[in-house]
Design a protein around this ligand. Structure first.
Ligand code: NAG
Length: 448
């Protein structure tokens, strides 16, 4: 649809032959046997262009690949008499993993509807399909929950020092979901509990334990906001009924406005004797709203339900329940809040001191047989504006996408960088302030 409405159809030129529109777009359900739900065939030859898939999703991906055959400028400057030569090709393609994600931490520093829509567009071009939003943390709460109005009246007003505050209204959240769904991207909302929760404690101080004020080191205590960088110090009071009333109220509203099948419960970085019990309860609350629970790997210390998905980030947790599905976000390959190179200013260094270069992302290999895919987070303690977010994701997210689509044995970094070289203009045309990775011989582009 994109191409036809852009007026390309009557003006296609292939080889030296004028070809006025031999386009075929077909759904053939039998193809899912061979290519799965997301695979497609793209056949570009003398007598026309043929897109085939077993599903609409597959056709969508055929179009995304076809877009990459057109010169980058086309999407910006098409006119009805443009003539374009396409290379001939026959492609049968299907993804290696069903989970091909990015995560945006909108809590430490807020990124709103406009940025997130642009991010969805960018992900779609590279056939990624999961956008995880880290909606809450110590520094700010970013989603409207109508039954808990102080979350937006109070907890959304703060951020990390120098960052942006704010929140998504439920209307905006739904608008983003619709926008993403049209591009075959599922939004995964995360409420990080029972640690990383200070902003909620600020809004509802009754969720604190009475002895909270004795915890050392003393951090921000209500009524002060927290705008620092430390992790692992705040927590819900886990033996209070109010805590579970709060969790149920939040999850029930979130489940109601969430189209996708998943809710992420966080669960990272907390020591508490009642932690496992909390995880089991939160897991069952999420299940009771017919959503699939996801947690950071620490949740697997508890006896979680079999449909829990474990998001690995250190790879150091022993799981009590065997056979859980796994998303790989191992920090040494996927934590894109780390620098593109060593010593890049305003980047995290705790997982890899020298940053994570393009090849280190690309060379990830999944060893766990239960892996359903990969996801790259950008945490925002130091990422305070759109250009910095662009710089952390791009082009490294393209490497994540290629891991998602290509079996390990067919991946080749040299071939990847050769192909990526032509994408500078494409990234710039999408308005991306990407990092010019030195491993890539970027061709003719202007930085956005
Ligand atoms: C971890 C924290 C996260 C923080 C990030 C910075 C997880 C699951 N937890 O300490 O809140 O922003 O590292 O790289 O990553």
């Amino acid at each position: 649809r994109l191409l036809v409405s852009a007026g390309l159809k009557p003006t296609m030129v292939q080889g030296s032959q004028q070809n006025c529109g031999n386009w075929q777009i077909e759904i053939d359900e039998n193809l899912t046997g061979k290519l799965g739900e997301e695979g497609y065939v793209l056949d570009i030859r003398d007598n026309g262009v043929n897109l085939k898939a077993g599903t609409n999703v597959g056709l969508f991906y055929a179009i995304q690949t076809l877009r990459q055959f057109f010169p980058a400028e086309v999407e910006k400057t098409i006119s009805s008499n443009s003539k374009i030569n396409l290379k001939q090709a026959y492609i049968e393609d299907s993804p290696e993993f069903s989970w091909r994600g990015t995560m945006v931490d909108v809590s430490r520093s807020f990124f709103g509807l406009e940025y997130l829509k642009a991010h969805v567009d960018r992900m779609a071009l590279y056939k990624m399909n999961r956008l995880h939003l880290h909606l809450t943390d110590d520094q700010g709460w970013r989603i409207e929950i109508k039954s808990k109005p102080r979350l937006t009246e109070v907890a959304s007003k703060s951020s990390v020092k120098g960052g942006r505050s704010g929140f998504l209204t439920q209307e905006e959240y739904k608008e983003l979901q619709d926008y993403a769904a049209k591009r075959n991207i599922i939004i995964i909302p995360e409420i990080d509990m029972p640690g990383h929760i200070y902003s909620a404690l600020l809004a509802y101080p009754e969720l604190n334990c009475p002895e909270f004020s004795n915890i050392e080191p003393k951090k921000a205590l209500p009524p002060n906001i927290y705008d620092g960088y430390d992790v692992g110090w705040s927590r819900f009071c886990l033996d209070k009924p109010e805590t579970y009333e709060f969790v149920s109220a939040v999850i029930s509203e979130l489940a109601e406005i969430t189209q996708g099948p998943y809710i992420h419960m966080g669960g990272d970085e907390i020591e508490d004797p009642l932690y496992e019990e909390f995880v089991v309860k939160a897991d069952s609350i999420i299940n009771s709203y017919n959503k699939i629970p996801i947690g950071w790997e620490e949740v697997t210390k508890a006896e979680v339900s079999e449909n829990m998905i474990s998001q690995q980030w250190t790879g150091r947790t022993d799981s009590v329940v065997e056979g859980l599905k796994v998303i790989e976000s191992i920090c040494s390959h996927f934590y894109l809040d780390h620098g593109n190179t060593s010593k890049q200013p305003n980047t995290a260094t705790w997982c890899k001191e020298d940053g994570i270069n393009l090849q280190e992302v690309y060379d990830f290999s999944a060893s766990n047989p239960n892996v359903i895919g990969v996801e790259a987070p950008v945490w925002t303690e130091y990422v305070l504006d759109d250009a910095s977010m662009d710089n952390r994701f791009w082009p490294r997210a393209v490497a994540v996408a290629e891991i998602g689509w290509t079996p390990q044995g067919k991946r080749n970094f040299r071939s990847f960088t050769d192909r990526l070289a032509g994408h500078g203009a494409r990234l710039s045309n999408m308005g991306i302030y990407f990092f010019q990775s030195p491993e890539v011989k970027w061709k003719d582009h202007k930085t956005a």
